[in-house]
Design a protein around this ligand. Structure first.
Ligand SMILES: [Zn+2]
Ligand SMILES: [Zn+2]
Ligand SMILES: [Zn+2]
Length: 779
């Protein structure tokens, strides 16, 4: 007889771990117990040695699909001569380190029941089991138990309770377990809040969708605005009412087969579409697939995803429904609406009807967005299905809050070897954005019981996140740590791969505040997370500064960027050629030129994103954008069919600096503009010019990396920044760098864009604090 005690850490609550262990113990004929605690689960088993060994082997190998085991500590304890195995009650004390699982798409077993007329849950829109269903979005705090979720107000009927109590049942301790008798229900309401009577609200909603109406549908992490994706008139109506004309809209397709009819999908993309997180996946749109042209104007790919909640499966069970636009229910960049009354108040001028339910959403969570970039999955937006899963840190961190950036904000809490990133919170430009930030922070701090000992923020003094961080830290008397934007980007990429440096960081990005007060974004940094000066960096090289006439206005109006860049390249921006290229008025060009010359409201920038904008303005005539990075995305889109030819790139010139004297090298785009304009004059195609531009930028940064290697003998290159969402650029950089013998690291678990910033901030701060601590030890 042998008895062993296991402490299992990771995501092991709310994922069917206890019933799994219970069944395993029964199968192996072992006695003992299992219980949840705030650290994870504790198991003791007792029986013959070979049985105990089999249990130990199977525990990890056969763990349930939604679980994630971080560690198992096993030790032998004295046998107690027990005969049975049982599940003991949860205990709620001690430091919380178990995760709440992320929300998971309806599993195959539940889907079968949903569509089976003989099942007691036939067409019940809230069925779920331990292998699927909502988790994070319905949970208040851990331990993850029904009273801590928004299912607390629904008392299970006898049949549901019996499943819940039966350790051999798929719904054993499935906290959101429910059926039509005892659980949440759906109904349809008009914009005035009055219920629309119907025998079946789902069918009534489909009738409206098919008639071209806009229906707000309550989902897992918030409301969606839905229209028939094949109906151009309906899509345009949605755009008119949201006042959004350019931003691509996501399309939900019935199943994989339907998605294949809309897009050209590789086996790797299929895998992404089918993961339990069910993210939106960007894939090339099939020509003539029937999707309305206004769904994704100006770009050759489509954001497509599959149903992940039973209510969505019911919509697609109707043969009339082929593809639905399902976009986050909000106005522009505001947070997604989650509450029934809130949705009515905010969306009654947009939606024609509301399909609501009474299972409260406690955490707003947008859909996640992924794409295959350079042959591997990349997270463009990390939210539903991924949050609040922990991201490992390369070294121990004290409890920290890193507040992230400004646009596409995500904050991070760090403690020990893990960081917990919030869901995508959108732009922190107004009060609603900041409210969402506060709400998500309070929730995540409570969930993981993390009390930060320091607050980390971006260097930009004007960011709302920075001023908020200062205030919040002052109230609590906490120290502040400022981290430069692109330093954080590169540190994030390094930490994700466990590299402590030194590494050459290529941060190709939109905007970030530099240590010299200019706007950075085309940076070659040397970053080291350990050593004599950890958590600091050197700026080895950068794109040469160009004027940004009008500051922020130049981001919304790329033609201003183009004018600034052409002026910097020595062209007469008042010439008829330039004015025609920019689609500007002679008077406007004169005003901007004067602003540049007098340095009025004209910051300097080394941003790579802004260079893309300027080129898109000249080549595509994209003078004004409707959403961030639109110009750059269209420039990538126009050359998807061009071959990758690094050597065909336009020339940029590396102007030597002296990094020891803190004088970075500069990468000048002047020759690029000369060649590009020659191509334009010669009538070269837009796709050809766009491809040469991508290749030129990649070759220039590869050249700068080689120069850094010569100076410092560093072989590792980390790629980060928003421009790394660009597949052509990412591919050209990685293959080119590898050909030169570099070891290249790209983002895989956090976003290369500003969604990954807070993770990098936490890494840099932890590196600095670690150094301070060990310096303190030696005294
Ligand atoms: Zn299920
Ligand atoms: Zn029930
Ligand atoms: Zn950035």
């Amino acid at each position: 007889m042998q008895r062993e005690r296991y402490e299992v850490r990771g995501v092991v609550q709310g994922v069917g771990f206890r019933p799994f262990v219970y069944r395993l113990a029964l199968e192996e004929g072992l006695a003992g117990f299992i219980g949840n605690d705030t650290g994870g689960v504790t198991i003791e088993i007792e029986g013959p040695a070979e049985r105990v060994e089999a249990f130990r082997r199977r525990l990890e190998a056969e763990a349930p699909p939604l679980s994630w085991i971080d560690s198992i500590v096993v030790r032998e304890v004295p046998p107690r001569r027990e005969r049975e195995f049982h599940i003991i009650a949860s205990e709620a004390s001690g430091q919380v380190s178990t995760g709440i699982p992320a929300d998971a798409a309806t599993c195959a077993d539940c889907l079968r029941e949903l569509l089976d007329p003989n099942d007691r849950r036939y067409r019940y829109p809230f069925l779920n089991c331990t292998n699927c269903g909502p988790r994070y979005t319905i949970t208040r705090r851990i331990p993850y138990d029904r009273p801590q979720t928004s299912m607390a107000r629904f008392t299970m009927c006898v049949a549901c309770q019996a499943e819940y109590d039966d350790p051999t049942n798929r719904r054993f301790h499935a906290q959101p377990n429910a059926c039509a008798v005892c659980g949440p229900r759906v109904w349809l309401v008009a914009p005035d809040g009055v219920e629309i009577p119907s025998g079946d609200p789902v069918t009534a909603a489909i009738d409206r969708l098919m008639a071209g109406d806009i229906v707000a549908i309550k989902g897992v992490g918030g409301f969606h605005l839905a229209v028939d994706a094949t109906n151009e008139f309906a899509v345009m109506r949605l755009r008119d009412r949201k006042h959004r004309y350019g931003k691509p809209l996501a399309v939900m397709a019935r199943d994989l087969e339907a998605a294949r009819e809309l897009c050209v999908i590789t086996p790797q993309e299929e895998e992404l579409l089918l993961t339990v997180a069910r993210p939106i996946v960007l894939a090339p749109e099939r020509k003539g697939c029937g999707i309305a042209p206004s769904v994704a104007p100006g770009i050759p790919w489509l954001g497509v995803f599959l149903p992940y909640a039973p209510l969505q499966h019911l919509l697609f069970a109707d043969s009339r429904v082929k593809a639905l636009v399902m976009t986050s229910a909000n106005l522009s960049e505001e947070p997604i609406a989650i509450d029934n009354d809130e949705a009515l108040a905010r969306l009654r001028h947009i939606a024609d009807a509301f399909l609501m339910h009474d299972r409260e959403i406690l955490q707003r969570c947008d859909d996640s967005v992924m794409a295959l970039v350079d042959g591997a999955p990349q997270l463009i937006r990390r939210a539903r299905g991924f949050v609040p899963l922990a991201v490992p840190l390369p070294f121990d961190s004290p409890p920290l809050l890193a507040v992230g950036g400004h646009l596409k904000n995500v904050f991070a809490l760090a403690r020990g070897r893990f960081a917990y990133q919030s869901q995508h919170l959108g732009d922190l430009e107004n009060v609603t954005g900041l409210d969402f930030f506060r709400e998500a922070l309070a929730h995540l701090m409570q969930t993981f019981e993390i009390s930060p000992v320091a607050v980390v923020h971006d260097l930009h003094p004007g960011y709302l996140s920075t001023s908020w961080a200062k205030e919040w830290a002052a109230e609590r008397n906490l120290p502040l740590i400022a981290v430069q934007h692109h330093h954080a980007h590169i540190a994030a990429c390094m930490a994700e791969h466990g590299i402590e440096g030194p590494a050459i960081g290529l941060s190709l990005d939109g905007t970030g505040y530099g240590t010299d007060g200019t706007i950075w974004g085309g940076e070659v940094l040397i970053v080291q997370l350990v050593g004599p000066d950890p958590g600091h960096f050197e700026r080895f090289a950068h794109l040469d500064y160009v004027p940004m006439p009008g500051g922020e206005a130049a981001i919304r109006e790329p033609w201003r960027m183009a004018l600034g860049a052409l002026h910097a390249a020595g062209l007469d921006v008042e010439s008829s050629e330039v004015i025609a290229l920019l689609g500007a008025k002679p008077q406007e060009a004169r005003v901007l030129k004067r602003m540049i010359e007098r340095e009025l409201n004209t910051p300097l920038t080394s941003s790579c994103g802004r260079l893309f904008d300027a080129v898109a303005a000249v080549v595509l005539g994209r003078g004004v954008v409707d959403y961030e990075a639109q110009a750059a995305i269209e420039l990538e889109g126009v050359c998807v069919d061009e071959p990758d030819e690094l050597s065909a790139g336009y020339a940029l010139r590396l102007l030597d600096g002296d990094w020891k004297a803190r004088k970075p090298a500069r990468i000048s785009a002047i020759p690029l503009w000369k060649e590009l304009l020659e191509d334009l004059r010669a009538g070269a195609s837009k796709s050809h010019i766009a491809a040469r531009f991508h290749a030129g930028v990649a070759a220039a940064f590869i050249g700068a990396a080689k120069s850094a290697r010569e100076a410092m003998q560093i072989e590792k290159v980390a790629l980060s920044g928003g421009c790394l969402h660009n597949r052509r650029l990412a591919r050209l950089l990685r293959t080119g760098l590898e050909e030169e013998g570099f070891q290249v690291f790209e983002h895989r678990t956090v976003s290369p864009g500003d969604g990954g910033l807070s993770y990098g901030q936490a890494v840099v701060a932890a590196a600095r604090l670690r150094q301070r601590e060990s310096a303190g030890d030696s005294h």
